[in-house]
Design a protein around this ligand. Structure first.
Ligand code: ADP
Ligand code: MG
Length: 293
């Protein structure tokens, strides 16, 4: 642990001792959690983390998703590629409850019907999403950003002074190391490089220990070195979390799939091909639509 990090931990322990949480805040959080629990616990015993079945999303008659079916296994790292407009972001919008499909089914594990849950509830049951642009609290330190991420509840987020357990502090220490920012714990997030901000946001998602992580073009705008480190980070998360990574950078996809994992190619809102990266790259239909030849 670096001196910076130790200082941050000591400061937080002090805060923790000084301040008690306000009861109505944790009450709200529990009420909302209670609703999710009434809807059932996710069941992953069948090995499936996410299942999309025949999903269609129309925008003024245009089908952004067209009978899309997809299954992601527990602990799987799945790369999704496809030309612009293929429906990749819309697919993530459906999984996270931002967009409601016109038809189809979406389940988390074998029991949770995602189409019945609200966006915040989907986040609470263990689906984390990384948008294309980094969204960190620029004026706060790296450490404070991770601290805030401990609570998914925005009302609690509004206060820096909610109670942290020793276990939560250990978790911050663990994550900050994983995302290569332990030497920058006290640094204002706004001063980080673009790549570091992306890592910080991934770290913030990991604070919630999501079962499934959705990452939309996570290495866009990163340097080659940052991109490589990001691939290493994702590979280290594989197995503990399921990851769905949408990306254009084929070198990155190649590093993530290690020549053996399944890649899904989306085109016009449905799955055009699935297989190893070398296989889909050799697929004539894929060459035609994706590589534009
Ligand atoms: N809110 C929306 N209203 C109208 N059209 C949309 C909306 N969101 C996405 N689309 C359209 O749906 C298609 C798929 O978009 P998107 O999912 O963003 O593709 P990708 O992420 O693969 O580039 C595009 O043609 C896009 O213009
Ligand atoms: Mg997109």
């Amino acid at each position: 642990m670096t001196p910076d990090l130790m200082e941050s931990l000591a400061e937080l322990r002090h805060k923790h001792d000084q301040l008690a949480p306000t009861s109505n805040k944790s009450g709200d959080r529990e009420a909302s959690y209670g609703r999710v629990m009434r809807l059932g616990q996710p069941d992953f015993t069948h090995g499936v983390a996410l299942y999309l079945d025949d999903i269609t999303v129309s925008f003024d008659g245009f089908k952004a998703l067209n009978s899309l079916s997809l299954a992601i296994n527990v602990g799987e790292l799945r790369c999704i590629i496809g030309p612009n407009g293929a429906g990749k972001t819309t697919m993530m919008d459906v999984i996270t409850g931002k967009t409601r499909p016109d038809a189809g089914r979406a389940s988390f594990g074998s029991t949770i019907d995602l189409l019945r849950l609200r966006e915040n509830e989907i986040a609470q049951i263990g689906i984390g999403r990384k948008f294309q642009k980094p969204t960190v609290y620029e004026e706060l330190s790296v450490f404070e950003n991770l601290e805030l991420a401990l609570s998914a509840d925005r009302r609690v987020r509004a206060s820096l002074f909610h109670r942290l357990s020793g276990q939560q502090l250990d978790r911050i220490g663990e994550i900050i190391t994983l995302i290569h920012l332990k030497d920058d714990a006290q640094r204002t997030a706004g001063l980080l490089s673009h790549g570091q901000k992306q890592w910080l946001e991934i770290g913030m998602l990991l604070m919630q220990d999501p079962k499934l992580l959705l990452l939309d073009e996570p290495v866009a705008g990163m340097t080659d070195e940052e991109t490589e480190r990001t691939a290493e980070l994702f590979l280290s998360l594989e197995g503990k979390h399921s990851l769905v990574v949408v990306e254009h950078d084929m070198k990155f996809v190649d590093q993530l799939t290690e020549g053996r994992k399944t890649v899904t190619v989306l085109h016009e809102g449905s799955v055009l091909a699935e297989g190893k990266l070398s296989e889909v790259q050799a697929n004539e239909k894929v060459v035609e639509v994706y590589l534009g030849r």
